[in-house]
Design a protein around this ligand. Structure first.
Ligand SMILES: *Cc1c(COP(=O)(O)O)cnc(C)c1O
Length: 404
C-alpha cells in the first residue's frame, strides 16, 4: 500500500476556513484528513495545544506529574470559581466515567433517585442509577424546553428523594438550566444534587458557589477545547460524607479514592500523560492569557450571533429553544423539511467542515411528530468569531437554494 507523506498547510489559525485540507496522511489506505470540527464535542483544538501533544512523556508517579497535576487542579478550581469546601479531581475516561463514578459513590441501593430529564444526557443518569439498583424515577420535560420549577417542586414534595440528578447544559437539545434555583429546591427537600456540566464547563460560569451541588462533573473535550480523556469532578464535604456510607464503591468508581489521590496531586490509575501536557498548556492559556471572563463573554457573544443568524433565515431554519433556555455553547435549530441535511453534510465536508445533523434519537421522534428534524451549531471551546463567521457563510451557501 502506497504511503503518502503527511502534508501540513501552515501553522496559523487563519488558514482554517479555506476549502482545501489542512492536514492529510494515509496509513495503509486509511486517509486521515483534517476537518474543522463543528460538532458538540470533541471540538477544534488550537495548534499550540496540538503541539503540546508532542511534549516528552513522563512518569505518572514522578514529581513532575505531581507538579503538572497540581497546577491543572488549581486552574480547574479557578475556572469552576470553586468554593474552598470543594475538591477537584481528575478521573480517567470521559465525562460519562465521572458521571458513573459520582452516581456509584453517592447513591445507595436503597436510595430513591430522581433524574431530571431535559434530553438524552438526563437519561444517561437514569441508566447509571438504574444499573446500581437504586429506585429511580425520571421527570421529563418537553424537548427544547427547560425545567418547570413548579412541576419539579410538586414531584419533590411527594417523592422524598435522596439524590437528584440534573444536566446543566443539555447538549442533545441545546437547553441550559438555572442550576442555582433547581439545586436550592433540591437541597430544601433534603436531597443531594449531582450535576452534569460536561458541555458547559469553561464556556460559562459553573455557579457551583451559588448552587452548592454535592457533585459537579465535566470533561476535557467540550468547552475546554482539549482532546477527550479525562472526566473531572468537583465534590463537597456532603458528598464525601455520603460516599463513606456507600458499600460497593469498589475501585475506579470510588470517589473517595479519587479525591485522596487528587489531594496528593495524583490520579488513581495511570493517566494519559500526553493529555496532561496538553491540559497544562491549555488551562494556563484559558486562565492567564484569554482570561475567564473574556472566555465566557466570547461564548455569550457567539450564542447571540448564531441566534441572530438563524432568525435572519426563517425560510430555512427556526430556533429550537426560547432565549431564556438557550445554551451558551451550542444552538439547536429546526431545519426546513425541504432541506436535505445529509447532502448539506456532504457538501460541508468537502469544504472542510464536520457538521452536526442533530441527535439521532431525538430527530426520529421529531420526524414522527412534526416531519421536521433539528441540527446543532456548536460555539464552544476555542472557536474564534472569525472561524464561526466562515462556518456560517459556508452553511449559508450550501443551504441557500431554498432562499432563492
Ligand atoms: C458529551 C456529554 C456527555 C458525555 O460525555 P463523554 O465525555 O462523551 O463521556 C455527558 N453530558 C453532556 C451534557 C454532554 O454534552
Amino acid at each position: 500500500m502506497a504511503r503518502l507523506q503527511a502534508t501540513f498547510g501552515g501553522s496559523q489559525p487563519s488558514t482554517f476556513g479555506g476549502g482545501s485540507s489542512f492536514f492529510s496522511l494515509a496509513i495503509q489506505g486509511v486517509i486521515l484528513s483534517e476537518l474543522k470540527l463543528f460538532i458538540p464535542g470533541p471540538t477544534w483544538i488550537r495548534p499550540e495545544v496540538r503541539k503540546a501533544g508532542s511534549y516528552p512523556e513522563f512518569g505518572h508517579r514522578d514529581k513532575q506529574a505531581v507538579e503538572i497535576i497540581s497546577n491543572i487542579l488549581m486552574n480547574l478550581e479557578h475556572i469552576a470559581e470553586l468554593p474552598a469546601a470543594y475538591q477537584a479531581t481528575l478521573i480517567n475516561g470521559s465525562g460519562s466515567n465521572a458521571m458513573e463514578c459520582a452516581v456509584r459513590s453517592l447513591v445507595a441501593e436503597t436510595d430513591r433517585v430522581l433524574c431530571i430529564c431535559v434530553g438524552a444526557f438526563g437519561e444517561l443518569f437514569q441508566t447509571l442509577a438504574t444499573g446500581f439498583n437504586a429506585h429511580v424515577e425520571r421527570l421529563d420535560f418537553t424537548p427544547g424546553a427547560g425545567i418547570d420549577l413548579d412541576i419539579l417542586k410538586s414531584v419533590l414534595d411527594k417523592g422524598s428523594f435522596d439524590v437528584v440528578t440534573l444536566t446543566h447544559n443539555e447538549s442533545s437539545t441545546g437547553v441550559a438550566t438555572d442550576i442555582v434555583q433547581v439545586c436550592e429546591l433540591i437541597r430544601m427537600h433534603g436531597a443531594l444534587a449531582i450535576v452534569d456540566g460536561v458541555s458547559l464547563f469553561a464556556g460559562a460560569p459553573t455557579c457551583i458557589a451559588q448552587a452548592l451541588p454535592a457533585a459537579y462533573v465535566t470533561a476535557t473535550q467540550k468547552c475546554l477545547a482539549l482532546p477527550p480523556g479525562f472526566g473531572i469532578a468537583f465534590v463537597n464535604e456532603a458528598a464525601l460524607a455520603k460516599a463513606q456510607t456507600i458499600k460497593n464503591r469498589v475501585y475506579t468508581l470510588d470517589l473517595l479514592r479519587h479525591v485522596d489521590m487528587a489531594r496528593q496531586g495524583q490520579t488513581l490509575t495511570t493517566p494519559n500523560c500526553t493529555l496532561l501536557n496538553q491540559m497544562h498548556v491549555q488551562l494556563d492559556y484559558i486562565v492567564n492569557q484569554e482570561g475567564l471572563q473574556a472566555r465566557f463573554a466570547r461564548h455569550r457573544k457567539q450564542q447571540n450571533d448564531v441566534r441572530a443568524w438563524v432568525r435572519a433565515r426563517p425560510e430555512r431554519f427556526r430556533l429550537f429553544t426560547e432565549d431564556a433556555d438557550a445554551s451558551p455553547s451550542l444552538t439547536s435549530l429546526y431545519v426546513d423539511s425541504r432541506l436535505d441535511l445529509s447532502r448539506t453534510k456532504a457538501l460541508m465536508r468537502e469544504a472542510g467542515y464536520l457538521i452536526d445533523t442533530g441527535y439521532g434519537k431525538l430527530n426520529k421522534r421529531l420526524m414522527a411528530e412534526s416531519g421536521q428534524v433539528m441540527m446543532r451549531i456548536p460555539h464552544m471551546g476555542d472557536i474564534s468569531d472569525q472561524m464561526l463567521g466562515s462556518f456560517l457563510n459556508a452553511l449559508d451557501n450550501f443551504t441557500g437554494d431554498l432562499a432563492r
